[in-house]
Design a protein around this ligand. Structure first.
Ligand SMILES: *[C@@H]1O[C@H](CO)[C@@H](O)[C@H](O)[C@H]1NC(C)=O
Length: 188
């Protein structure tokens, strides 16, 4: 048992070292009460995030909509090295009693990862968190501040960061997403 664990551990460490890893299990922050998916749909701009390896682009946006079959379509776009790139995924509400806790995936090969809306006013900003336990020893997490516009007032960003921090989520490494010059260059 011990030997196998010793083999697995370095592999896990390599896998997650690129991301933000913390000791212990995931925090369990409260989410948006009475979450209204209909009001949440539409376009959101990424204002800030905890750095994620797979998100290096600029002008990052997401558009959530309902498909004809009732599933939630996630359409993300970004400009990476001057190239406009898009990816389509699917989100689900896993427990109707807690609709703010969604799962999201960008490939049927990959299991749903959490997408929790901690707070949103639907019209200006949203605070989103995703955390996954790794063999209950660590967790890796992602955090986003989203806006209905490409920039948000500084105090809104500050309040969003406080919300994370007050729930034991370390956002000291959070970075602002480049959202300058996007519309001039927009291919949408
Ligand atoms: C979002 O996606 C829906 C469905 O594909 C589309 O009808 C809508 O125009 C998009 N909204 C924006 C703002 O791009």
């Amino acid at each position: 048992m011990k030997a196998r664990f010793a083999l697995v551990l370095p592999l896990l460490l390599t896998m997650i070292s690129a991301q933000i890893a913390h000791w212990g299990g995931c925090p369990d922050p409260p989410v948006q009460p009475k979450f209204n998916l209909q009001k949440y749909l539409g376009k959101w701009y990424e204002i800030a995030k905890l750095p994620a390896q797979f998100e290096k682009g600029q002008c990052i946006e997401a558009n959530y909509s309902i498909r004809d079959d009732g599933s939630i379509k996630v359409f993300n776009s970004e400009i990476l090295k001057g190239e406009f790139r898009t990816i389509e995924g699917t989100a689900v509400v896993q427990d109707l009693k807690e609709p703010a806790k969604m799962g999201i995936t960008f490939s049927y090969l990959i299991p749903y990862t959490p997408y929790w809306v901690l707070s949103t006013d639907y019209e200006q900003s949203a605070v989103v968190y995703s955390c996954t336990d790794i063999v209950s020893l660590f967790h890796v997490d992602f955090a986003w501040i989203l806006g209905r516009t490409r920039s948000l007032p500084a105090d809104t960003v500050l309040r969003a960061k406080d919300l994370f921090t007050n729930n034991n989520i370390d956002v000291s490494k959070m970075i602002l997403t480049h959202q300058q010059g996007c519309d001039v260059d927009s291919r949408l």
